[in-house]
Design a binder for this molecule. Structure first.
Ligand code: CMX
Length: 135
């Protein structure tokens, strides 16, 4: 069962250019910048209440975020929901006929366990389930 909206992932061309825009607009500070090598992205996190904004800059033309930017330009890339039991929630989603991108959880930014559900099963929204981690 999803517990909260954990974060919104937003595809940007440049963290350097986008971070000050989001800081000024929301009155919050960027708390954490981290490269997720496996996903070929550099991420920047801001807390907004108990949820977060994750800016995503591709580090390679093969990054899923580079592909997204090429097709759509900058914008909301995914919605991530908190999960108390990621393995059970993935199994339930699969049993309910939802197409999984990740059959098993893997490590994402901030030490979180993450798994993606395919946008074609989710009304066009790339959906992430995540648990644990330090922010
Ligand atoms: N939101 C909604 N739809 C999306 C999408 C997104 N972020 N990314 C792709 N799609 C849609 C495309 O528009 C396309 O639709 P049409 O066939 O109707 O044109 C379809 O999905 C296939 O897209 P594609 O461009 O051919 O891309 P791929 O199939 O190669 O990959 C996806 C799409 C979602 C499977 C892939 O991006 C993926 O595995 N994503 C999960 C991992 C990820 O996004 N990592 C980056 C963030 C990591 C992090 O937060 O740490």
């Amino acid at each position: 069962m999803a517990t909260k909206i954990d974060h919104l992932g937003i595809a940007v061309k440049s963290l350097e250019q986008s971070i000050p825009v989001w800081e000024k607009a929301l009155g919050v500070k960027c708390e954490h910048i981290e490269e997720v090598v496996e996903q070929k992205v550099k991420t920047a996190f801001f807390s907004v209440g108990e949820s977060h904004i994750e800016l995503l800059e591709p580090t390679s033309p093969e990054s899923p975020v580079a592909k997204f930017l090429e097709k759509n330009g900058e914008g909301v890339h995914h919605v991530a929901f908190g999960s108390l039991d990621l393995v059970a929630d993935l199994a339930k989603a699969k049993a309910d006929g939802i197409r999984l991108i990740d059959e098993t959880p893997r490590k994402g930014a901030g030490g979180k366990d993450i798994a993606f559900l395919h946008p074609k099963s989710m009304g066009g929204v790339l959906t992430e389930l995540c648990s644990g981690g330090n922010h």
